[in-house]
Design a protein around this ligand. Structure first.
Ligand SMILES: Cc1cc2nc3c(=O)[nH]c(=O)nc-3n(C[C@H](O)[C@H](O)[C@H](O)COP(=O)(O)O)c2cc1C
Ligand code: SF4
Length: 691
């Protein structure tokens, strides 16, 4: 159970803050109103919440959160193949893992619940036990693309029992309650006329469509007893013609309440069968803040059930507003806690300005499908709690550290070195910090990325780091500072693709994003990179009125961009009739009658086509900008070498290959090789935390 002392300590600190008021739900008193809604970060191992999973949630409990809701779609049956690393709630082996996690979360004063589900058609068949996907009707979900079998009577009976079994396991594991997922999964696939075309007693009329859900909840209640907390996370309004509308949704809520089946409703507004629909439920950067909060308030005004809600409440002011105005009882700050698990503690300690902001990049969610684990774009400690600290301990002795380059890698290096208590100087060639992040934020839709820079600049000021702008550092500038350690984080510069002829006639996506060129007329964009810099520049060109064709050698557009981030690009290219050419690459560019003649070929055949355009823009990633590093290398004790065994083992760097050297030298981020923001901050954190 949540620790009473911890709760009182929090409430006493700032008695007037609406966010810090306790909340009682049945037997459970939460120490404040902030929760993390269920989300599957795909940290499970063999379907179990082992070390990594547990530490991730425990960190939020340490950080003062009222309640952390675990899993996200923990699956109750084997024929709900885990689409994104879901926990196996159908397996008895999970109980001790759950018990260990709930015990530790409770020790740190937070409450803990879990979400249970059967994914129905929202998964694929080619994983785990390879059982066929099952749904009320054999209708394919566009996002996951499995063609489901229509659930038979024996499937329904079996799955109803599976829900109750799983709920009992979670109760045995010490959960404070459970939540049933009811948006886009089997449970509400029965409810919604969009997914239920049955003609038996589970389809057709409203009552028939509700029957499966009522059997599930009734079965759970019977098994766990009247005191255990059972909630529902439900699409109260699917917002799709022919689906559950708000009136119907509110009617369902009122029936659930009247029948005593649930204790809270966690409000969802929207539908998630396609990615464009999903980002309306889980908005990414460039979209409005808290778009469904007023709707959650409407639900709250029509029920006496406790109302929870999460959807892009990513800052404390909005969360506070949500509680103060009575929109919800508990406000979800889910991705916000991936970015900073210590939000509540910082509020309590009067350190709100130090909260690392969630910038809505949704790298976290996109990664569960792309690479099988959620990572925060600019917090490399999240989910690596075993090895990476959220709070950087001070070093035994202060050293003089010179960091060159104030892009994400250099900023993070200077921040971590400052937290270690070192004497830090940060040199930056430009009059501002940010490097490529600042360039990326030139797309107005991606402006929030600046939070990655601004938070660090604020932290550097707090830590007393000496930041010097307009210094294009050469070796002498660095050695004059008499450093013990030099970190070169000078980033990269755009490189042109290798073509047979005419590379010099191309401009780069940096030229476009930076505003140095404005391509007009017919524009061919050669995306030989597949990530944001390319599509973001292409988006600006498409929206500017130019006639755009994107040519890429890949088999899909934006191959390194996840599904949710893909949506605004696809929308821009769709609305501007941008031509997209896959599996092809630019071979040569030649001048011709004042325009450019472009030869376009393919890795797949010898066929060559020709385009006549006004501009060719290319993105071939960046080349390391490392002249300074190579200039300093002979002067360093380690000749720039990183002892990878020490780095990965969490030990300080102690290689000495040049005893005459004057300082240790390390190169991080894109100055090593072009990668991304997360790689840059991870490079910096894991090296500097042991310095
Ligand atoms: C990595 C990740 C996985 C998620 N998985 C689930 C899930 O399994 N079930 C669910 O109901 N919501 C899931 N969500 C949605 C979150 O619970 C939450 O609704 C969403 O992130 C919006 O809230 P926020 O803006 O506070 O982050 C997931 C979110 C993330 C970031
Ligand atoms: S990746 Fe972006 S959206 Fe996800 S938690 Fe980090 S900052 Fe927030």
């Amino acid at each position: 159970m949540p620790v009473v002392d911890g709760r009182l300590a929090v409430v006493d600190a700032l008695p007037d803050d609406p966010l810090l008021q306790p909340f009682t739900l049945k037997h459970l008193t939460l120490r404040n109103r902030v929760f993390s809604s269920s989300h599957e970060p795909a940290y499970s191992e063999d379907g179990m919440p082992k070390e990594r999973y547990r530490l991730y949630h425990v960190e939020k409990a340490k950080g003062g959160i009222g309640m952390t809701m675990t899993a996200g779609s923990a699956v109750v049956a084997e024929d709900s193949p885990p689409a994104f690393g879901n926990l196996h709630a159908y397996d008895d082996a999970i109980v001790p893992w759950i018990r260990r996690m709930t015990d530790e979360i409770h020790e740190h004063g937070a409450a803990c619940m879990i979400q249970l589900t059967h994914l129905g058609r929202r998964t694929g068949w080619a994983q785990d036990d390879w059982l066929p996907v099952v749904a009320p009707s054999p209708l394919r979900e566009p996002a996951h693309r499995a063609v489901p079998k229509e659930a038979e009577d024996w499937d329904i009976d079996r799955i109803v029992g599976k829900y109750a079994d799983a709920a009992e396991r979670m109760q045995a594991g010490g959960m404070d309650g459970i939540e049933i997922e009811s948006y886009g999964h089997l449970f509400d696939q029965f409810w919604s006329p969009l997914t239920n075309r049955r003609t038996d007693e589970y389809g057709g009329s409203f009552e028939n469509r509700l029957r499966f859900g009522w059997r599930v909840l009734g079965g759970i209640r019977e098994r766990v007893g009247p005191d255990f907390i059972v909630g529902i996370r439900m699409a109260v309004d699917e917002t799709v013609p022919g689906g559950i509308d708000a009136e119907t949704g509110l009617e369902i809520v009122s029936r659930l309440e009247a029948d005593g089946l649930v204790d809270f409703v966690n409000v969802i507004r929207g539908y998630i069968a396609t990615e464009p629909q999903l980002i309306n439920v889980i908005p990414i950067h460039g979209m409005p803040s808290a778009p469904h909060l007023d709707f959650a308030g409407l639900v709250r005004s029509s029920t006496s059930l406790a109302v929870l809600h999460a959807s892009k409440v990513d800052d404390v002011a909005t969360a506070r507003h949500a509680i103060r105005e009575g929109k919800v009882d508990l406000v979800g700050m889910t991705r916000a806690h991936l970015a900073d698990p210590h939000i509540v503690r910082k509020i309590v300690e009067g350190r709100e300005a130090e909260i690392r902001p969630c910038v809505g990049a949704t790298y976290c969610l996109d990664r569960i499908y792309e690479f099988g684990e959620a990572l925060c774009i600019h917090n490399a400690a999240t989910s690596r709690e075993e090895t990476m600290p959220h709070e950087i301990p001070r070093a035994p002795a202060a050293r003089r550290v010179v960091v060159v380059g104030a892009g994400p890698a250099g900023l993070e290096a200077a921040r971590v070195a400052g937290e270690r208590g070192h004497d830090v100087v940060l040199l930056e060639a430009m009059p501002w910090a940010g490097g490529q992040v600042r360039l990326a934020a030139r797309n107005p839709r991606r402006r929030d990325l600046l939070g990655i820079v601004e938070w660090r600049v604020g932290e550097l000021a707090r830590l007393g780091v000496d930041v010097r702008y307009d210094v294009l550092a050469e070796g002498g500038d660095v050695t004059a500072l008499d450093p013990d350690v030099v970190i070169v984080a000078t980033g990269g510069l755009p490189q042109l693709p290798e073509v047979d002829a005419g590379a010099e006639r191309m401009v780069t996506s940096w030229d476009v994003l930076g505003g140095d060129v404005t391509p007009t007329g017919d524009v061919l964009f050669f995306d030989d990179n597949g990530t944001h810099s390319a599509l973001s520049a292409a988006e600006l060109i498409a929206r500017s009125g130019a006639r755009l064709e994107i040519v890429t050698p890949e088999r899909m557009l934006g191959i390194d961009i996840g599904g949710m981030n893909h949506v605004p690009y696809a929308r821009a290219f769709n609305e501007t009739d941008t031509r997209i050419t896959l599996n092809q690459r630019v071979l040569a560019v030649r001048p011709e009658q004042g325009r450019l003649c472009v030869e376009v070929g393919s890795d797949h055949s010898k066929h060559v086509a020709v385009r006549h355009v006004d501009w060719v823009v290319a993105d071939h990633g960046t080349a390391a900008s490392a002249d300074l590093y190579f200039e300093l290398k002979p002067l360093s004790t380690n000749r720039g070498a990183i002892d990878y065994a020490a780095l990965l083992g969490g030990r300080p760097q102690s290689l000495v290959t040049n005893p005459d050297g004057r300082f240790q030298l390390f190169r991080i981020g894109d100055a090593v090789a072009g990668r991304n923001i997360h790689a840059a901050v991870y490079d910096a954190l894991r090296l500097l935390k042991d310095l």
